[in-house]
Ligand binder design. Structure first.
Ligand code: FES
Length: 292
């Protein structure tokens, strides 16, 4: 049994066998808001909603406690003014898009429970503008104006209104992408990542980019002890955009995008706080297994 000592809200506590900050807090009787995570058995924390943000001393950005595992001596504040402000802000943004509680589908839902707990039942923000109607024609119209598309075969299947299930799995992206390139004349490139989850914090990540010159695929990175996968898709897109903007060859472009996405897994928060040189360093180290 491995045990880690750290400080939670001013008290020395222990994390046992890889527990997350959220799990330790729960065991200590402290409640941290949570929406996308549930402590039920086999529930995987993905860190999507950010309702569970906590402050870690010395770190510039807040951490999603449902995913973050503590390290020895870490000092965590789950109810500091900054953490609470972030937790409330998430709830307020979500409340903006909900029907009033009285008329909602389930007024006793977990969402409304936490909204009430953090004392946010109304929002200053306007509800998001919505597209109305069927998704397919709307997506087709958008893609018709695009020269770069971030999509995998299931997205393309939705846009084109046909399935690629009859195509062997290893060929689906190429076949679907080729049809998309034929359908949308402005489209020059389609890029996607391919993620295999070995466990909660052990993933394998690779990528592919299809253009009218052909398919480019990347090596596969093994990423261990993931700090935060949120923003890794954006990091990939940003890396690809950097490659397109600086006129990299397709292979270099997708390699760069993937390396940027891989590095994001080691950084808490939504932003990929790395520079071009750091991405290039990773690209040079071909045998590197990313572990933080
Ligand atoms: S509960 Fe959703 S990010 Fe932690």
């Amino acid at each position: 049994m491995t045990k880690i000592q750290f400080e939670l809200d001013g008290k020395q506590v222990e994390a046992i066998n890889g527990e997350t900050i959220w799990q330790v807090a729960k065991r200590q009787g402290r409640e941290i808001p949570h929406l996308c995570y549930s402590p039920e058995p086999d529930y995987r924390p993905d860190g999507n909603c950010r309702a569970c943000m906590v402050e870690v001393e010395g770190e510039r950005v807040l951490a999603a406690s449902c995913k973050r595992t503590p390290s020895v001596g870490m000092k965590v504040k789950s109810a500091s003014p900054r953490a609470v402000a972030a937790q409330k802000m998430v709830m307020e943004l979500l409340v903006a898009d909900q029907p009033a509680r009285e008329t909602s589908h389930d007024p006793d839902s977990k969402f409304w429970h936490w909204a009430e707990k953090v004392e946010v039942t109304e929002s200053r923000f306007p509800a998001a503008e919505r597209w109305h109607g069927d998704a397919r024609p709307i997506l087709r119209e958008l893609v018709d104006h695009a020269d770069l598309l971030f999509a995998e075969q299931r997205d393309i299947a939705l846009i084109l209104g046909r399935s690629f299930e009859d195509v062997p799995a290893a060929e689906q992206f190429r076949v679907a992408g080729t049809l998309a390139l034929e359908t949308f004349s402005r489209l020059k490139r389609i890029a996607t990542t391919v993620r295999v989850q070995r466990s909660v914090d052990e993933h394998e990540l690779s990528a592919a980019l299809l253009s009218r010159e052909g398919l480019r695929t990347t090596r596969t990175y093994s990423i261990g002890r993931i700090i935060d996968r949120i923003g890794s898709g954006d990091a990939f897109a940003a890396g690809i955009l950097h490659g397109v903007r600086t006129q990299l060859e397709d292979q270099d472009c997708v390699d760069f995008g993937l390396a940027a996405a891989v590095l994001k897994h080691s950084i808490p928060g939504d932003f990929n706080l790395v520079g071009i040189a750091e991405v290039q360093n990773l690209l040079r180290d071909a045998g590197f297994t990313v572990r933080r």
